[in-house]
Design a protein around this ligand. Structure first.
Ligand code: XMP
Length: 512
């Protein structure tokens, strides 16, 4: 068992971020429900406990209260936000109901560095988000730092190794927050800080084996980063007990199906079933020009095809998905947290419940960059791990208006050239997305002495960090020139290439 830090979850939106920061410090952390018995933590040999924040007030009748015996385990405890109030409340201090919430940036003044602030400046910008606050220290504690509104923003009991901080060290807005955590992990808990991606993989492989036993697992492979890494990881754990299904919906890019087949079938020796449903999708989409209808048709057809292929494959117990942490909006409803939402948006249209499949989501605690690291360590190529996002409805939302096989072919050929040039110039890796859009308008051009009446291709390349906002990329003119002349020369049916210079907002990244 690796040296484990237990993060007790009191419902904060930041609980997973705490776990992630601990992993960044190369220490293994595991999130536990707040009510986990101290005995369980003892048996699992945890070397430190972090009490997460949470939206509750300790005065609420529904306030989540942990097993008080966690304070008798003899391991260090760090309470964050709601965690510090809990410590005050349970260990004999006094907490006052806040008249107003302290939210946002504040300045922390450290009176004495103690162990948590060793090597850190005496003044730091920190991020607050709390209502109640600690008014009287519990016996044994000393106050070592304050903010404008909290006289006891940092407290410690060096004898018992209990620490509390009112602000959030895990968020980026808190200066040197990661160093505070490091001080707790290494300085207080004695963590070795040697947990690596390889350890994550070994641990995940172990857990998948234990969960799955001899059962069969099915995974819908899209070729995107998340499902690819999930497939490689699960395959490492259970080999041929895993079957992957790849649906060719006829809306893929040039060579995509072949690339997926060669990588997973030939390289990884994964049991991969490719289902060619392109004719069905095209038939269903015939004459449909409204984007949301297209999406609905594509989504429903995918579920139908996938379900049918599962029946053909035979009995399976698990449906594996490459769900990442950011895909899950609220994990659990705890205390006063009204959002009992469990959102697993990768869920294929209620399929697991309908087919009585259990879910296997080995990446669900990770963030995207962590998943990429796991992918690389498993031997996936850079092209897969750093692939640009590609929408589920694929080229279906990149042919503006009604889709035809001919339009798709033109778009595929143009897009192939764009990707080739983006890769060659290195720009592919610098932008968020780069793709072509087929415009169903005809424009006049000249080829030799002849007038040519053909379609228009728009190039869209954007920079972004989360797709919520985006700016168009200032690609060098020479590169644009090369892409444009290659497309008009090499792709039949295109007379004109235009460059999209709209930002999001007001435009969206995709055209539909
Ligand atoms: P927009 O066009 O809304 O896109 O600015 C934001 C991000 O989402 C992707 N996108 C989709 N992904 N199904 C998906 O899986 C969709 O229907 C869809 N529409 C847009 C888009 O490529 C961009 O990364």
């Amino acid at each position: 068992m690796p040296q484990t830090i237990a993060v007790l979850d009191f419902g904060s939106q930041y609980t997973q971020v705490i776990a992630r920061r601990i992993r960044e410090c190369q220490v293994y952390s595991k999130i536990y429900h707040f009510s986990t018995p101290a005995e369980t933590l003892r048996k699992e040999g945890v070397i430190g406990i972090v009490l997460s924040g949470g939206p509750s007030s300790v005065f609420s009748s529904k306030a989540p209260i942990p097993d008080r015996k966690i304070f008798e385990l003899g391991v260090p405890v760090l309470g964050i936000c709601y965690g510090i109030q809990l410590m005050g409340h349970l260990l004999g201090g006094k907490v006052a109901r806040g008249e107003r919430r302290e939210y946002g940036k504040g300045t922390l003044e450290i009176r004495k560095s103690g162990r948590l602030f060793k090597g850190l400046p005496k003044k730091l910008q920190v991020w607050n988000s709390h209502g109640d606050k600690l008014m009287k220290l519990p016996p044994g504690f000393a106050a070592i730092g304050k903010t404008e509104n909290s006289p006891y923003a940092v407290i410690e009991d060096l004898k018992r190794n209990f620490y509390g901080i009112q602000f959030h060290p895990e968020v980026f807005h808190t200066e040197r927050g990661i160093d505070v955590l490091k001080n707790f992990l290494a300085g207080v808990c004695g963590a070795a800080q040697d947990w690596t991606t390889k350890d994550f993989i070994a641990h995940a492989v172990d857990e998948i084996r234990r969960t799955v036993g001899k059962s069969r697992v099915i995974l819908g492979l899209s070729g995107g980063v998340d499902s690819s890494v999930a497939a490689a990881l699960i395959h490492t754990a259970i080999g041929r007990q895993l079957t992957c299904v790849f649906v060719d919906n006829g809306l893929l890019r040039k060579g995509e199906r072949e690339t997926v087949e060669s990588l997973y079938k030939r390289n990884f020796k994964i049991d991969l079933r490719v289902v060619d449903a392109s004719a069905l999708f095209l038939k269903l989409l015939k004459g449909v020009d409204e984007p949301e209808r297209k999406r609905k048709i594509i989504g429903k057809a995918f579920v139908d095809v996938f379900e049918k292929s599962l029946r053909k494959i035979g009995h399976a117990d698990y449906l594996a998905q490459g769900t990442l942490y950011p895909d899950i909006i609220e994990s659990v409803a705890i205390g006063d947290n009204p959002a009992a939402l469990i959102k697993s948006h990768h869920n294929v249209g209620g399929l697991p419940a309908r087919m009585r499949l259990k879910l296997l989501e080995p990446l669900k605690e990770l963030f995207k960059d962590e998943v990429r690291r796991v992918g690389l360590a498993l031997g996936l190529p850079r092209e897969v791990v750093w692939r640009q996002p590609f929408p589920g409805p694929g080229l279906g939302v990149r042919v503006v208006g009604a889709i035809t096989a001919e339009y798709l072919e033109v778009l595929r050929n143009a897009d192939f050239i764009l990707q080739e040039e983006m890769m060659k110039s290195g720009w592919y890796w610098k932008v968020w997305q780069s793709f072509c859009v087929f415009l169903p308008v005809k424009s006049v051009g000249v080829v030799g002495d002849e007038r040519n009446y053909a379609h228009v291709i728009a190039i869209r390349t954007v920079e972004s960090t989360d797709a919520m906002t985006a700016d168009w990329t200032r690609l060098p003119y020479d590169l644009l020139q090369k892409i444009s002349s290659r497309i008009t020369n090499e792709v039949t049916g295109v007379s004109r290439v235009v460059y999209d210079v709209s930002s999001k907002p007001p435009a969206t990244i995709e055209w539909e």
